[in-house]
Design a protein around this ligand. Structure first.
Ligand code: GDP
Ligand code: IMO
Ligand code: MG
Length: 421
């Protein structure tokens, strides 16, 4: 049948995991297509919190298969820890999980390289999650990487040693950093041995056969459009294509199979890590959003930077991703705000614009805001019609600005706290 894509329209942490978990009942396959354990997707199922890093957010549904696609980078230790935690919670994982043989492996020395590279950058650091993502994708494009399928070959250890030696050599260009390589390696090889027992597949054949058989696939994005390697706020980005095209290269499905693109945005904006953020609030209001939204990273625990929704940024993100439907999350976080502001245009040397300049840091001198009356009440409507008028007005304003329908409205972290229009 078709592939629907769900991805973040901002700088990550838009609430993708929650929406995937909600929508999963409509699909036969959920697949991750890029990123790795830099992602942290939070799900509340029956009141119990789970944060998924590598495993797709369809894992709590018995009827479907979760695929970790070729575009994903896998840290064996993190993956096995995640599986152990889910199983300890009484959840079935192995029969619901398939892993692409072409997915790349994050080595312990990739994490070491990530740390050394960040440490050497000082003030200019990316703010990486230090999970080895950048160095692993560098080896992939540099044609040095090791893949899941390689762990089945007789000379895997030799291949590992050879790449590790390369990394140790590379590390000499950086100031030394503390890292327990031997201990990490032992855990890594333990996990590799256990991964050999999992269902490792030629995922490109699998997903295409499922499509041919009439099944539907939900492709779950990690990070967000503004962290895309090509169109994000480079160099303050991640190392993969987080946009819709990443689905084709990261799962092996043709562009013609893509149907809807569901773009997820918060009702405001956050960013974790360094880099430009035009609508950022470095004041008490930003702090108020951080506290109300509990804006601390799901993977690293770092405080997230907060700001108002940014219309030029969202227009850019929906243009690049081909978004067809908007999902708006964390609307409830604004329940107590008398006024809700929105960045509507950027002030540049050439005047007001609603386009992102090449150099966001230098090119944007300020932002022009519009202001909207807050609803000042809890939202517990079961339907769109039942929402307070001020909420509907805010959503209508966004739809008009972005030119797309808001189809999903999330009003709390729980699976059921979602209004579908
Ligand atoms: P993801 O990476 O896009 O899956 O998002 P994260 O899980 O990193 O961050 C989103 C956070 O917001 C998580 O703690 C979610 O439980 C929470 N969340 C998601 N939707 C809502 C919502 O509508 N309201 C509130 N208050 N929290 C939400
Ligand atoms: P989810 O899927 C938010 C950010 C990091 C850093 C930059 C590069 O949960 O939305 P990396 O480790 O990829 O080299 O870091 O990208 N980043 C995320 N920010 N959510 C994420 O994932 C992120 N994954 C990476 O903070 O600024
Ligand atoms: Mg997250």
């Amino acid at each position: 049948m078709a592939v629907d894509v769900l991805l973040g329209l901002q700088w990550g942490d838009e609430g993708k995991g929650k929406i995937v978990d909600y929508l999963a009942h409509k699909y036969q396959v959920v697949g991750r297509f890029q990123g790795g354990p830099n992602a942290g997707h939070t799900l509340y199922v029956n009141g119990v919190k789970t944060v998924l890093h590598t495993i797709p957010s369809g894992i709590f549904h018995a009827h479907l298969v979760n695929v970790i696609g070729n575009g994903v980078v896998i840290d064996p230790t993190t993956l096995m820890r995640e599986i152990d935690q889910l199983e300890a919670g009484g959840h079935e994982v192995r029969s619901r999980l398939r892993i692409a043989k072409k997915a790349h492996l994050i080595l312990p020395t990739h994490k070491l390289l990530d740390m050394a590279s960040e440490a050497s950058k000082g003030e200019a650091k990316i703010g990486s999650t230090l999970r080895g993502i950048g160095p692993c994708y560098m080896d992939k494009t540099g044609r040095n990487g090791l893949r899941i399928g390689d762990i089945l070959s007789a000379d895997f250890d030799k291949k590992y040693q050879s790449l590790k030696e390369k990394h140790l050599h590379l590390l000499k260009v950086y100031p030394e950093i503390a890292f327990e390589l031997q201990a990490e390696e032992a855990k890594w090889f333990d996990s590799i041995a256990r991964i050999r027992e999992l269902d490792l597949i030629d995922a490109e054949y699998y997903v295409n056969e499922r499509l041919k058989a009439g099944d539907s696939i939900l492709a779950e994005g990690a990070q967000g459009m503004m962290l895309d390697i090509d169109f994000g706020t480079y160099p303050y980005v991640t190392s993969s294509n987080t946009i819709s095209s990443g689905v084709c290269s990261g799962l092996g499905v043709p562009p013609s199979s893509v149907r809807e693109v569901i773009g997820v945005t918060k009702a405001y904006c956050t960013r974790v890590g360094s880099g430009p953020f035009p609508s950022e609030l470095n004041d008490a209001e930003g702090e108020r959003i951080r506290v109300a939204g509990n804006e601390f990273g799901s993977t690293t625990g770092r405080p997230r930077r907060c700001g108002w929704l940014d219309i030029p940024q969202l227009k850019y993100a929906t243009m690049i991703t081909g978004t067809t439907q908007i999902a708006i999350t964390k609307l409830d976080v604004l329940n107590a705000f008398e006024t809700i502001s929105v960045a509507e245009q950027y002030e540049t040397k050439g005047g007001l614009t609603d386009q992102l300049p090449f150099d966001i840091t230098e090119g944007i001198l300020g932002v022009a805001h519009s202001h909207h009356t807050g609803w000042m009440q809890e939202i517990n409507a079961g339907s769109y019609e039942g929402l307070p008028d001020a909420v509907k007005q805010y959503l209508r304003y966004l739809e008009k600005q972005i030119g797309l329908p808001v189809v999903y409205v999330s009003t709390g972290p729980g699976r059921e706290e979602l209004i579908v229009r």
